[in-house]
Write a protein that binds this ligand. Sequence first.
Ligand code: NAD
Ligand code: GLY
Length: 367
Amino acid sequence: MQTLKVDLGERSYPIYIGEGLLDQTSLLAPHIAGRKVAVVSNATVAPLYLDRLTQTLGAYSVVPVVLPDGEAFKNWETLQTIFDAMLTARLDRRVTVIALGGGVIGDMAGFAAACYQRGVDFIQVPTTLLSQVDSSVGGKTGINHPLGKNMVGAFYQPQAVLIDTTTLATLPPRELSAGLAEVIKYGFICDEPFLGWLEDNVDALRAVDQAALTVAIARSCEAKARVVGADERESGVRATLNLGHTFGHAIETHMGYGVWLHGEAVGAGTVMALEMSMRLGWITQAERDRGIRLLQRAGLPVVPPAEMTPADFLEHMAIDKKVLDGSLRLVLLRSMGEAVITADYPHDVLQATLEADYRAIVAGLEV
Ligand code: NAD
Ligand code: GLY
């Protein structure tokens, strides 16, 4: 097992990474203050892992809260059902909320914990690759609004993150690929050598090779912990974790939540960010193509939806959380392995990026 730390002073917490950690009571117990635990999961993950986690929590009174599965349920109505279940079970402020599932469950359970009786403890037990490398770490919690992704939420850090890498054995391949979008992101924004490792290991990762996954998860969590430790509330460098997300969130919102997976939208959105960085002269065409090829080998879409026009993108991007005083800041690559957030770009370069023929670009990649 590896233990990493998110260093946030008195709100610091460990990230445990390893095989079979779901069964280890001794990892969870030090982070549970009271005698009662609410385990928030969903209709897909609960039948797979809830009994095991409940056994591990044998010394505690466990209240299971099983939500419907899907991004489309990351909303007020579903959040309310968490509060309904917790209040019906008479859970008091000593309760610990445990999120057992992917990023949707982690974001919603974390937000519920932030709000329930003005804040109770919570623990992340992420079961998708995406949640293990990104969403469970850093304390961003929240829900979607029909007008925009993750528009309602709170920064609220967990007590601990417990990553059992063997849970990925049951993850559908499409979801594994979606998680790889966020893994590859760390290479682009802050760890260029990692891109070479990923090129060598992407097939092993897609084959759910535990050794390769453990390396990728630990390296991703190290990067995320470093960035969050430096800028918890996203006043600067943390925004670079959103490479490809402004374009990606526009895709998710426009297509309807859940139609494109979050990671898939980030994959295509990252291609657009690479394209724009190249058009600004910051990366070369060969570097753009290298990035697209890696995303493609990860099984991700590398072309935005055909039905989305540049006007559609601009409309959704205007509601992005990175808009400040009306100007849209974008995360772009100053070079491979170095991201910047900037509003200082000519609008016609953004327009050209939105109008680019991605199908032709991908067709023209050298094999
Ligand atoms: P998800 O939570 O919808 O999970 C994907 C699917 O896999 C679901 O159907 C789920 O039930 C299923 N699943 C989960 N674990 C499984 C397992 N072990 N075996 C079989 N099936 C399993 O999606 P996700 O990709 O994990 O997370 C995406 C969400 O995370 C988005 O809402 C996104 O906005 C959010 N996100 C948040 C942050 C953050 O910092 N808080 C960062 C990135 C993404
Ligand atoms: N996923 C982006 C962040 O946590 O800041």
